[in-house]
Ligand binder design. Structure first.
Ligand code: NAD
Ligand code: MG
Length: 385
């Protein structure tokens, strides 16, 4: 394999830093060509000095001077601001984009990379939740692969290798259940941010950790899976599997179930997506069958974790409804992280937004942008009440 030049959008985050670990461990396979961060200037500078990329972008324009100054003795190009971030994806200096920005902000750079014909390693699930039809269609037109990094989707992708002609009956997304598995609303109503930020199996960025505690993460992943694997909504099922060893399963029309397993470690799906179709040897810890292990499965409690029903609704309704779900959820999660609203209020805000925003059956990209903006305004008005 010749050296693949990777553009990491969101290099300072949980996925971004783990991707750089993978690149550092495999310098003969990968280089980092573009690195971007929203506000963590110090980490971005450190990464740039270590990996010597072609380009860095800092989202927060106030930090431009600091980054520029720190990299003055290098020939690394430095840009700042939201527009520059999207434009960097159009620079033809890389072979693959790792889309590791969190939230809606990841959509435009990813669309630009597709436009340029670059394969995508996709961590940013919100991109597909917001505009999955447009993103997948554009990728198909450009004949570029979108290789999932999300562990469940990586699992399904791996199960489907060699099965292109075989019909899928359904896919089964596993969910750990998060820190509040088995809890009821009378407990959840008092949950505070510090508790919700403690995930039992995975260490991740703040937004996805809260989404995991509310099960919105699994809801977003259902919609992500529908688009990635071209499924009908009824083919997507969620099962709670608290040990997070089986990362997801595919059931084919003959009833056979294929699963992909391993210890929960995002470095594995990251390196799989970067190196696909090759696998790379590594020294990551391995699952040990000699230790006492029990793998369990149960139905999700959708009466308590109503986000899962809301996301299912959004998936069935389609149109701009998943975009509304996502925008309202982003506003709600950041309000919860700022201690402005309670844990269960997050679901209320999403539900009310879904009831309020006008339905569009087949939105254009512009209409997705407008739906996102309108939903954010409405959801923010609920936070301020
Ligand atoms: P994170 O919060 O740790 O990092 C987010 C990155 O995006 C940072 O580099 C940050 O600077 C950048 N960013 C944030 N807001 C931005 C904005 N407005 N504009 C530009 N850049 C911005 O998040 P994460 O946990 O690494 O997650 C990244 C994405 O990957 C999310 O979509 C998440 O759902 C998905 N994902 C993460 C994990 C995980 O283990 N962390 C697993 C599966 C999927
Ligand atoms: Mg996941």
């Amino acid at each position: 394999m010749s050296k693949k030049r990777i553009a990491i959008f969101g290099s300072t985050g949980s996925i971004g830093t783990q991707a750089l670990d993978v690149i550092k461990a495999n310098p003969e396979l990968f280089s980092a060509e573009i690195l971007t961060a929203q506000s963590n200037d110090q980490l971005l500078i450190k990464q740039a000095l270590l990996f010597n990329p072609n380009v860095v972008v800092i989202g927060d324009e106030k930090k431009y001077g600091i980054v520029k100054e720190a990299l003055a003795r290098t020939d690394i190009k430095v840009f700042a601001g939201e527009k520059a971030l999207a434009e960097a994806a159009l620079m033809d200096c890389y072979d693959m984009m790792l889309a590791a920005i969190v939230g809606y902000a990841g959509l435009k750079p990813t669309l630009n990379a597709i436009e340029l014909g670059k394969p995508i390693a996709l961590a940013n699930k919100e991109t597909l939740v917001v505009a999955g039809d447009i993103v997948m269609q554009k990728a198909a037109e450009k004949r570029i692969p979108i290789i999932p990094v999300d562990s469940e989707h990586s699992a399904i992708f791996q199960c489907l290798v060699g099965e292109t002609r075989n019909k899928i009956d359904k896919i089964v997304l596993t969910a750990s259940g998060g820190p509040f598995l088995g809890k009821k609303p009378n407990f959840l109503v008092n949950v505070k941010k510090d508790h919700a930020l403690q995930h039992p199996n995975w260490s991740m960025g703040a937004k996805i950790t809260i989404d995991s505690a509310t099960l919105m993460n699994k809801g977003l992943e259902m919609i992500e899976a529908k688009w990635l694997f071209n499924l009908a909504p009824h083919q997507v099922q969620v099962v709670i599997h608290p040990q997070s060893i089986i990362h997801s399963m595919v059931q084919f029309e003959d009833g056979s179930l294929k699963a992909q397993m391993g210890l929960p470690d995002m470095k594995l799906p990251i390196q799989y997506a970067l190196a696909f179709p090759q696998r790379i040897a590594n020294d990551f810890p391995r699952y040990d069958f000699k230790k006492p292990n029990t793998l369990t499965f149960e139905e999700p409690d959708i009466k308590t974790f109503r986000n899962l029903s809301l996301a299912t609704d959004a998936m069935y309704k389609g149109g701009n409804v998943p975009c509304v779900l996502n925008a309202a959820n982003e506003i709600a999660v950041y309000a919860f992280l700022r201690n402005r609203i309670g844990f269960l209020d997050m679901t209320e805000i999403v539900e009310q937004s879904m009831a309020k925003i006008a339905f569009i059956e087949k939105p254009t990209l512009q209409e997705y942008f407008e739906t996102d903006a309108e939903t954010r305004d409405f959801a923010a008005s609920l936070v301020h009440m």
